[in-house]
Design a protein around this ligand. Structure first.
Ligand code: CA
Length: 241
């Protein structure tokens, strides 16, 4: 479940260097040499993060960032600006239009990856490789395993077998707990962009997820909120089933 990063950079050598380092760090990488090309790519696949060079031909990085922030589909995409500029006023401009971070060239690959990780952790916790532990469940994105970590009864299996969709669904829910998610929101965030499936699909997978959790006595963590959607909660509240 590697995060997809779109690099928008018109200098081929820099684009290649960044791309190489990001692939090595386990990311899926898309490259564009201009904002126009990036626009087409974003229309096809919404990336999890955009690394955006400030100085681009025709449409500048700042203009493109503004476009992304104005688009309904793209307004939430995390953006890190890359720039050779060092003036404080530019930094303010970059952050004002909604960039999440700002990196000044030249930068080391290690610094870049640390910044990317920090932004993804903050903005997109379900795309991070970090171990998640909530409500006695432990989910490890690197091994794709879910285990129960407060076993009192040895006869219960400690590993929970999940299909890929249920795994992604649980990962999303465990990184966004105590909040109600509508079926539409879950489709956007778990099934992804440009997927045209019915809301009922969500119910089917929630049911499968609950059935898998039931064996470990953890199905009550996934709650139905009538007329609203679903919630992952370690508390039992009125209105939940
Ligand atoms: Ca440039």
């Amino acid at each position: 479940m590697a995060a997809t990063i779109l690099i928008v950079e018109d200098e081929p050598a820099i684009q290649e260097l960044i791309s190489y380092n990001l692939r090595n760090a386990g990311y899926a990488v898309l490259c564009a040499g201009s904002a126009e090309q990036a626009k087409d790519m974003v229309n096809d696949v919404l990336p999890d993060l955009v690394l955006l060079d400030w100085m681009l031909p025709n449409i500048s990085g700042i203009e493109f960032a503004r476009m992304l922030r104005q688009g309904i589909r793209t307004k939430m995409v995390p953006i890190i600006m890359l720039t050779a500029r060092v003036e404080e006023s530019d930094k303010v401009t970059g952050l004002e239009i909604g960039a999440d971070d700002y990196i000044i060239k030249p930068f080391s690959p290690r610094e870049l990856i640390a910044r990317i990780k920090a932004v993804l952790r903050r903005r997109l916790p379900e795309a991070s490789d970090e171990l998640v532990e909530v409500g006695g469940l432990r989910l490890d994105p690197t091994t794709h395993r879910v285990t129960v970590n407060d076993l009192e009864d040895d006869s219960r299996s400690s590993e929970i077998a999940l299909g890929p969709t249920e795994f992604r669904l649980l990962h999303f829910l465990m990184t966004h707990t105590e909040r109600v998610h509508t079926r539409g929101q879950l489709l956007d965030r778990v099934w992804g962009d440009h997927v045209f499936v019915e809301d009922r699909t969500v119910d089917v997978h929630i049911r499968r997820l609950r059935r898998a959790l039931e064996e470990a006595g953890k199905d009550e963590l996934v709650q139905t909120v009538r007329g609203a959607g679903y919630r992952f909660s370690t508390r039992c509240e009125a209105g939940a089933e």
